[in-house]
Ligand binder design. Structure first.
Ligand SMILES: C[C@H](CNC(=O)c1ccc(S(N)(=O)=O)cc1)Cn1ccc2ccccc21
Ligand SMILES: [Zn+2]
Length: 258
C-alpha cells in the first residue's frame, strides 16, 4: 500500500491489478461474475458434465502465497473433463480454493448477489488442441474451470483429508507430497452447472476460461474454514480474502443445463 493524501491505494489487491494488467478493466470476458439466475438461459443442447478423475494422478499440495493448490500429473489423459459446453477433452492440472476472513464471504462467483464461504476451482486445459497448460492459458478455448461453492454446514470428511495436510504447507512457497487424493470426493452428487466464457480470476487474468459453476454446493464447517485461515500469506499474514469481486458481464449470456 502507499499513502497519497487521505486515501490508501492498495497496490496489491484486485482494484490495482489493472495498472499491470489492463485486461482487468478493458477486457470483455472477465471473471468472476454475479450469476443472476433469472437472467440465465436454459440450454437443452448442453451435454452432461463428465468429470473422470484418477487418484493416481495427484502429486503435491502447495501454499503458493495466494492459495492452497493440489497439482496433478497432466502428462496423460488420466483425469479429464468432457461434455458440458465443450467438445473434446480437458486435462486436470490443479485445484485450489478462494475463501474469506469470515464465513459470510469468500466465494468468487455470486448467485443472485449471495456469496458462499469459499469456492473450489478445478482447473483443466485443452489437451487435444494445445501442448501444455501455459500454451492453452493464452487461448480463448484453452482452459475449463469447474467452480464448486462451499456452504457452511456439516464438517466435510473429504475436505478434512486435505486440511490434515495443511500442517506441512503453512508457510508461503512450501510444497509437500499429496498422493492418491481423489478430487471427485470434493464434488456434490449433482453436476448441474451454469456456464459462460470468462477469465482467470488472478493475474494475468487471461481470457481463456470456459467456466462451469456447479449449482449444488458442498458443505464445510466453520471449524474447517478456520483451518484454511491458519495458512499464511507472505509476511506471515493469515491467508484469507483471496477472492476477486464480481466483474461486469458486458453482454455475456450465462447458460444453465438444469
Ligand atoms: C496463468 C498460469 C498461472 N495461473 C493459473 O494457472 C491460474 C489458473 C486458474 C485460475 S482461476 N482462479 O481463475 O481458477 C487462476 C490462475 C501461468 N501462465 C500461463 C501462461 C501465462 C502467460 C503469462 C503469465 C502467466 C502465464
Ligand atoms: Zn481460482
Amino acid at each position: 500500500t502507499s499513502y497519497w493524501g487521505q486515501g490508501v491505494i492498495p497496490l496489491t489487491g484486485p482494484s490495482s491489478w489493472h495498472q499491470s494488467f489492463p485486461v482487468a478493466k478493458d477486457g470483455s470476458r472477465q471473471s468472476p461474475v454475479d450469476i443472476r439466475n433469472e437472467e440465465t438461459e436454459r440450454d437443452p443442447t448442453l451435454q452432461p458434465l463428465v468429470l473422470k478423475y484418477d487418484p493416481r494422478s495427484s502429486k503435491t499440495i502447495a501454499n503458493n502465497g495466494h492459495s492452497i493448490q493440489v497439482d496433478f500429473d497432466d502428462t496423460t489423459d488420466q483425469s479429464v473433463l468432457k461434455g458440458g459446453p465443450v467438445t473434446g477433452s480437458y486435462r486436470l492440472r490443479q485445484f485450489h480454493f478462494h475463501w474469506g476472513s469470515c464465513d459470510g464471504r469468500g466465494s468468487e462467483h455470486l448467485v443472485d448477489g449471495a456469496s458462499f464461504a469459499a469456492e473450489l476451482h478445478l482447473v483443466h486445459w485443452n489437451s487435444e488442441k494445445y501442448a501444455d497448460v501455459a500454451n492453452a492459458a493464452i487461448e480463448p478455448d484453452g482452459l475449463a474451470v469447474v467452480g464448486v461453492f462451499l456452504k457452511i454446514g456439516a464438517a466435510n470428511p473429504a475436505l478434512q483429508k486435505l486440511l490434515d495436510a495443511f500442517d506441512s504447507v503453512q508457510k508461503e512457497n512450501t510444497k509437500a507430497d499429496f498422493k492418491n487424493f481423489d478430487p471427485s470426493t470434493l464434488l456434490p452428487p449433482c453436476l448441474d452447472f451454469w456456464t459462460y466464457l470468462g477469465s482467470l480470476t488472478t493475474p494475468p487474468l487471461l481470457e481463456s476460461v470456459i467456466w462451469h459453476v456447479l449449482k449444488e454446493p458442498i458443505t464445510v464447517s466453520s471449524g474447517q474454514m478456520e483451518q484454511f485461515r491458519s495458512l499464511k500469506f507472505t509476511a506471515n499474514k493469515p491467508m484469507q480474502d483471496n477472492f476477486r469481486p464480481p466483474q461486469p458481464l458486458k453482454g455475456r449470456k450465462v447458460r444453465r443445463n438444469f
